[in-house]
Ligand binder design. Structure first.
Ligand SMILES: Nc1nc2c(c(=O)[nH]1)N[C@H]1C(S)=C(S)[C@@H](COP(=O)(O)OP(=O)(O)OC[C@H]3O[C@@H](n4cnc5c(N)ncnc54)[C@H](O)[C@@H]3O)O[C@H]1N2
Ligand code: MOO
Ligand SMILES: [Mg+2]
Length: 418
């Protein structure tokens, strides 16, 4: 007889074993989607020189003090400066330099007027810009540091690198980016009934879908899946596969063979390996047989063979452990509250994780159980973007009730499981 523990307790036992993984450097081009391994600070001010945000004329603002439609001011245009070039001569008050967007403001100038608001006139063979309004000091100047100040913290360690972060890294010249190594997660599917996906069906057999599902879940969580394929339901094959996995994995995920059947060998494998068992029964559905053990700082997750139970077990236990290795602060699935769109009448003494579809309709978050909810069902995973959390008890849940929902596809995550 196994003693079920609460989901919260099971997650805590897993996370108490968690540790941060190693780091490595990748090129900026390869950094998208990786997890930043260091805090990123601004190494310079941005912009680091005053520059023009418009195509126009750099001028000394005070020279336009009395300019108006009736008495325009003429400033002599002494040259043109484009982005990337520098106007070296200090500007005199009655002069202007034609300036392009992105070019450095010449010394002596303290404002820019957009080209559309001016007219160029030629007088006595000299070019002048005609200005009919007062321009204020500092107008249209992108100031040093207006975007980022040198030394300021821009992106925290543990952040998933998105296109915006890539822009920051490029701005400060990081062509090599410190990232967390992707934890290696070995997947072993156990079951004598399993066929490879390319094999035709035979009586009593099914295709190994869990390996592929897990591979994708590992990728989604930021890990590196290593697929070991399938093993028959024998102690020897299972033991050998797990032993081999110990050599290269940070995390070992098995599916199936973890319950109380005659051919469920994982409990015996953990025992023979001398792994510390964290739990072998959780008060949840699906996934009540989910087990976890730890050996030589490697976590062994024994997920159920039943596809939906396997899926849920991964998201609740493996995902946060993996994210902690990646140094992410928000390891847990984000939890929101939503209104139940349909009755869910099946009561269960265990906490229930119902595959569901969350949507934002009529100005509120609504959630709908997908339907078939047994743990051996695969089809309800297609549309699942969330899991409704229904606390254990004897009652069902009525339409209109507010329920907790865990988001499966959210990148932000949450700091706490609760
Ligand atoms: N007497 C009891 N029997 C069972 C209990 C129990 O408490 N007492 N728990 C049930 C629950 S709940 C679950 S969940 C399953 C879990 O069993 P295992 O984790 O040992 O998994 P298997 O028996 O190996 O397989 C279960 C089921 O899943 C199919 N399967 C397995 N691997 C794959 C795969 N890679 N791809 C697709 N499908 C897979 C397998 O054919 C079985 O149908 O135990 C219950 N029994
Ligand atoms: O582990 Mo089973 O999936 O609880 O239903
Ligand atoms: Mg079994």
């Amino acid at each position: 007889m196994r003693k079920p523990i609460k989901v919260e307790e099971a997650i805590e036992r897993v996370m108490n074993e968690s540790m941060e993984g190693e780091r490595e450097y990748v090129s900026l081009e390869e950094s998208y989607g990786r997890v930043l391994a260091e805090d990123m600070k601004a190494t310079t001010d941005v912009p680091w020189f005053d520059r023009s945000p418009y195509d126009g004329y750099a001028i000394f603002a005070e020279a336009t003090q009395n300019a108006s439609t009736n008495s325009p001011v003429l400033l002599e245009v002494v040259g043109t400066v484009g982005a990337g070039s520098v106007w070296e001569e200090p500007l005199k008050p009655n002069q202007a330099v034609k300036i392009m967007t992105g070019a450095a403001i010449p010394d002596g100038a303290n404002a820019v007027i957009m080209v559309e608001l001016t007219k160029e006139v030629v007088k006595d063979g000299k070019a002048y810009v005609q200005i009919k309004r007062k321009v204020s000091k500092g107008e249209n100047i992108s100031r040093i540091g207006e975007d980022m100040l040198k030394g300021s913290l821009l992106v925290e360690k543990g952040t998933v690198i998105n296109p915006g972060v890539v822009a920051i890294l490029a701005t400060f010249g990081y062509h090599r980016v410190p990232v967390m190594k992707k934890p290696k997660v070995v997947i072993i599917a156990t079951g004598s009934e399993l066929l490879n996906v390319y094999e035709p069906l035979e009586k009593g057999k099914i295709r190994n879908s869990n390996s592929y599902m897990l591979q994708t879940q590992i990728l989604r969580a930021g890990g590196e899946p290593v697929v070991f394929g399938k093993v028959k339901d024998t102690f020897q094959e299972t033991y050998e596969a797990v032993t081999k996995a110990m050599e290269e994995a940070n995390i070992i995920v098995t599916t199936g063979g973890v319950s109380v059947g005659d051919f469920d060998f994982l409990p015996k494998v953990y025992e023979k390996l001398g792994a510390k068992l964290l739990f072998n029964k959780v008060a949840m559905r699906p996934g009540s047989v989910t087990s976890a053990a730890v050996l030589d700082q490697k976590m062994l997750f024994g997920l159920s063979g039943n596809p939906s139970a396997c899926y849920v077990g991964f998201e609740l236990f493996v995902r946060p452990y993996l994210k902690a290795m990646l140094g992410q602060k928000n390891c847990y699935l984000k939890k929101v509250q939503a209104v139940l769109k349909k009755d869910f009448t099946k009561a269960n003494p265990f906490t229930r994780f119902v595959r569901a579809k969350l949507s934002y309709d009529d100005g509120m978050l609504q959630v709908e159980p997908i339907g078939k909810d047994k743990s051996n069902i695969v089809s309800s995973l297609i549309e699942a973007n969330s899991l409704i959390v229904l606390p254990g008890g004897t009652r069902g849940f009525q339409e209109g009730t507010k329920v907790d929902v865990l988001l499966l596809e959210d990148e932000q995550g949450a700091r706490n499981w609760q």
